[in-house]
Design a protein around this ligand. Structure first.
Ligand code: ADP
Length: 542
């Protein structure tokens, strides 16, 4: 079968590194148990596309549970010939017993070796606390990568792991030549091609188009997509938006735990009151350039600064919906709550998971609670996670495909490295709404809840709610509904009087808000993003 038009980035990367003689030992990681094209899994694919034409005399597989096996009996015979039949009784044995024989074969004949689940053989623990067995396996695999004899003979080794962070770091240290290759999840075009192939026999009904299915299945492997089809077939139900969403949730939850939340945005910019400057910026610099395909203009990251409850989360949702990007939220507090080591692993996996959703908006709320100034010198978890985050957010290959948006009400506490140019290109202040904006918020919030009202002009109410955040206006509206329901039951109508009564009963919290507003203004480096009344303050800031 010919290779598919879309190409497989990992395979091309492997082949070019192999051809350039960069290495003969490769660590393939992440989505390694998935279909590569419509029918072939990774070993089969590598066999067809790489091994077959290169005349390897032995193709063998090692797995800790099944031991050493061969593609064909003749290959096994040749292996025993090379090892003078001394390996016959240790084919199922642990690495320390069988690896010396594999070593001999790798150096004597052109052999291709797959080591599956390498993380079980050489796990990510300090070399000091490795078992003797693990240390021996590590030494052999490292030594193979540097061996001139192996490269002269033409042998090639593939190590396979689900999660790079589960494998000993030693393996990738610069002293050795093991080349890591990321096997990513299928992108939208690859998913579409696979879905077309899957659904061609018309054995299941679908309520959505192939394009919608492809878009909705972001973050899923082909195997999971196939499961969706099989499940629909078994349950005799059509594949619908809800069906995919439910299945996707359970797959992703299993994969990433509670750390990544997948958001299906349902609101757009019209459902947000006010924030005209921020909206305009996002439309001009993200929505429009993305539509035109001019990705150079799209910022790598954006920092939303301002008091809580001013609609920062809402804005991210609306941006996702309007731009057509997927949206995931990383809950950092859950990552940091995990065991040392675990949290790092999970964080890496989460970033890859988030990236696999591209085009995607990655939202980190309350970022100041995790990456605080001065805490970077801590040893351990925080520092490693921080550097991982910095690396990821400054990867310019992601421009236009992954947009980081972080929100904070304490930008002053953020680590300066995070704020340096090129990472969060833009800092947008999201401040308390002014009177016309508050009137707008009254209108959209009442509409959101579907409440009846006889008020047409909300300006008088807006005048009475100075210093209220959007979230506090939301509280006022719900309070008014409660009051109206108590009085009129099902026929509750929000009148001007009832809304005013609710305003009296719901007092805004002003203390922190003023301070947070001042911090957001100080952080801002673009006058155009500040409401008129604060511009002068920005000019005076020292
Ligand atoms: P933040 O992320 O800044 O803390 P949120 O976006 O979570 O604020 O806002 C909380 C709630 O307040 C929203 O779900 C919405 O009901 C209401 N809200 C806040 N600002 C606005 C706004 N500008 N327009 C409409 N509703 C708003």
């Amino acid at each position: 079968m010919p290779r598919q038009g879309m190409g497989n980035m990992w395979f091309d990367e492997f082949l070019s590194k192999y051809r350039a003689g960069i290495s003969h030992e490769f660590l393939l990681y992440f989505n390694v148990r998935d279909l590569v094209d419509n029918e072939r899994y990774i070993e089969q694919y590598i066999y067809d596309e790489f091994i077959k034409a290169r005349k390897f005399s032995i193709v063998a597989f090692y797995d800790i549970s099944t031991g050493l096996t061969f593609l064909e009996p003749a290959m096994e015979r040749e292996f025993h010939l090379i090892t003078s039949n001394r390996a016959v009784n240790v084919m199922n044995a642990l690495p320390s017993r069988i690896f010396p024989f594999i070593d001999k074969a790798l150096k004597s004949t052109k052999m291709c070796l797959f080591i599956n689940h390498v993380e079980k053989i050489i796990p990510a623990v300090d070399t000091g606390s490795m078992s003797l067995e693990e240390r021996v396996a590590l030494i052999w695999t490292c030594e193979w990568s540097n061996s001139n004899k192996i490269s002269a003979v033409g042998s090639t080794v593939f190590l396979l792991a689900d999660n790079l962070a589960d494998v000993s770091r030693e393996l990738l240290s610069s002293a050795y030549c093991v080349e890591p290759i990321l096997v990513g999840l299928p992108n939208e075009a690859q998913r579409r091609e696979y879905i077309e192939y899957l659904l061609r026999d018309k054995s299941v009904k679908t309520e959505i188009s192939i394009d919608e299915f492809a878009k909705l299945s972001s973050g899923l492997s082909k195997k999971s997509i196939k499961d969706i089809k099989l499940k629909a077939e078994a349950e005799d139900v059509p594949i619908s938006f809800e069906f995919i969403k439910e299945k996707k949730h359970s797959v992703l939850r299993k994969e990433y735990g509670d750390v990544l939340e997948f958001i299906y945005p349902e609101i757009d910019f019209d459902d947000i009151g006010g924030m005209d400057l921020a909206k305009r910026y996002l439309i001009k610099n993200i929505v429009e350039p993305v539509k035109k395909g001019d990705l150079r203009r799209v910022p790598m990251g954006i920092l939303l600064c301002g008091p809580s409850g001013t609609g920062k989360t809402l804005l991210v949702n609306a941006l996702a919906k309007t731009s057509g990007f997927n949206c995931v939220k990383i809950d950092m507090s859950r990552i940091l709550g995990q065991y040392v080591g675990e949290s790092e692993k999970n964080f890496k996996k989460c970033l890859l998971g988030a990236q696999s959703q591209e085009p995607v908006i990655v939202f980190v709320d309350e970022i100041d609670t995790v990456f605080r100034r001065g805490e970077r010198d801590d040893t351990g978890v925080n520092r490693n996670i921080f550097s991982e985050f910095l690396q990821f957010t400054s990867n310019t290959n992601n421009r236009g495909k992954v947009i980081f948006i972080a929100a904070t009400n304490r930008p002053d506490l953020l680590d300066p490295a995070l704020k340096r140019a090129g990472r969060f290109d833009k800092k947008i202040p999201i401040l308390l709404p002014e009177a016309p904006e508050r009137a707008e918020i009254f209108r959209v919030v009442i509409k959101k809840y579907g409440f009846e009202t006889d008020v047409n002009d909300f300006m008088p109410l807006a005048e009475k709610t100075e210093n209220y955040t959007g979230a506090e206006i939301d509280v006022v509206v719900r309070k008014a509904y409660e009051l109206a329901s108590e009085r009129d039951g099902d026929k509750a109508v929000l009148t001007k009087d009832i809304l005013e009564e609710a305003i009296m009963k719901c007092v805004p919290s002003t203390q922190q808000v003023e301070f947070m507003t001042m911090l957001a203004i100080r952080e801002c480096d673009d006058r155009d993003l500040l409401p008129e009344k604060y511009r002068e303050l920005l000019d005076r800031k020292d």
